[in-house]
Design a protein around this ligand. Structure first.
Ligand SMILES: [Zn+2]
Length: 232
């Protein structure tokens, strides 16, 4: 019930911190300074790959960097931010988290560079309801912070998929790999580039894997992945 009331408050009064729900000035929205300073950040200095994320794809994908920004805990600030980003029509949370991540990356290792930041495409039905792809907002923030480009017109959804919950891992991979494609109009944008593929969270990893395999089949220079959250 409290969550439900908070959700309503956030939609009506967007100048609430999406994390602690305190009223904040417009310059502090969507995350207040106190909440920003206590985010459960997973980036290490000097920079090293998130080992648990890396292990998910070991032997499956040749990945340069595996980055997870925040630790996910049930009832914690990361969960509250993700919830507001996805369900309370607060796309700016994704942009801010992308900018905060890029600052952490630069601080940890100044020479990390990406040419193009690509979000996992959102299912068209969800895009219609939500109005935006939360992974694209995260991509925009990262690209802005790292002086690179982002695009949601390179990786695309090609056909709808049935529910995946009752299927095994292999079937899930096959099932999702059918629904993603690289837009023929924008395929040349990948040529010789350092690509960063991003999503809000990785659960089974099958969606990330399907998109990554598509990208690796193109003449890119390197592929890295980043997620807003990681649940260990
Ligand atoms: Zn706060």
């Amino acid at each position: 019930m409290v969550d439900f009331l908070n959700d309503i408050l956030e939609v009506i009064y967007p100048n609430y911190c999406a994390c602690c729900h305190a009223s904040v000035s417009e310059s502090e929205t969507p995350i207040c300074i106190q909440c920003r300073s206590s985010l459960p950040i997973l980036i290490t200095k000097p920079f090293s790959n998130n080992r648990q994320l890396e292990q998910k794809f070991e032997g499956l994908l040749p990945l340069k960097h595996c980055i997870s920004f925040l630790k996910f805990e049930k009832g914690g600030s990361t969960q509250r931010l993700l919830h507001a980003l996805k369900y309370n029509k607060r796309p700016e949370i994704g942009v801010v988290l992308g900018k905060l991540l890029s600052a952490e990356i630069k601080n940890a290792q100044s020479d990390i560079h990406f040419d193009l930041v690509l979000p996992i495409p959102l299912h068209s039905k969800k895009l219609k309801v939500r109005g935006y792809n939360q992974a694209m907002k995260f991509a925009e923030g990262i690209a802005d912070g790292l002086n690179s480009e982002s695009s949601d017109e390179v990786l695309i959804r090609t056909k709808a998929t049935e529910t995946q919950t009752k299927k095994g891992r292999l079937q899930r991979i096959l099932n999702v790999s059918e629904v993603f494609g690289v837009s023929p109009l924008n395929e040349d944008k990948l040529m010789g580039k350092d690509i960063l593929l991003v999503d809000d969270v990785v659960t089974t990893g099958s969606t990330m894997e399907a998109c990554a395999k598509l990208l690796i089949s193109k003449p890119i220079k390197s592929l890295s992945i980043a997620t807003i959250a990681f649940a260990s």
